[in-house]
Design a protein around this ligand. Sequence first.
Ligand SMILES: Nc1ncnc2c1ncn2[C@@H]1O[C@H](COP(=O)(O)OP(=O)(O)OP(=O)(O)O)[C@@H](O)[C@H]1O
Ligand SMILES: [Mg+2]
Length: 149
Amino acid sequence: MLLVVRLPMRRISFDEYQLVIKITREEDIVLARQMVKNLASEAGFSLVDVTKIATVVSELSRNIFHYAGSGLILARLRDEGEKILEIVAYDEGPGIENLSAVLRGGYSTTPRSFGLGLSGVKKLMDDFEIESEKGKGTIVRVEKRQRRF
Ligand SMILES: Nc1ncnc2c1ncn2[C@@H]1O[C@H](COP(=O)(O)OP(=O)(O)OP(=O)(O)O)[C@@H](O)[C@H]1O
Ligand SMILES: [Mg+2]
């Protein structure tokens, strides 16, 4: 089920995450992708899901770098009978102006970009929440549940 809600930014408590990766340079995008990918594959996620998760981390950290300049990627594994990988992308950048168009997909403020990053992220994950406020920042929180075969 895909879910879009607004959540108060203060609910994100950074010290509850196993991985906290600062995105400040272009190289950090690859680093974040690799670190979360490792966490997911060590936890036993399928190759297909690990690949989806890696794509999601790339898209989220690329957005942080390009639009906010800097921010954080947080990740943790929760065990609630089934394993759940949770990823948070946090920044205190300019915020997203046209959130509903962005979530529909195909809307971008970058010339020649497809604007499919966030709508793609939403499709690849089991849960998706976003909060964005003009001049304050953007938080995207997503979850992937581990499938048993
Ligand atoms: N963290 C962010 N802070 C501010 N604006 C953002 C952020 N992430 C996305 N946006 C805005 O939302 C738009 C859509 O983002 P999305 O990732 O879906 O596509 P894109 O980055 O434009 O293109 P691409 O398909 O290459 O990802 C961006 O063009 C940008 O204006
Ligand atoms: Mg993007």
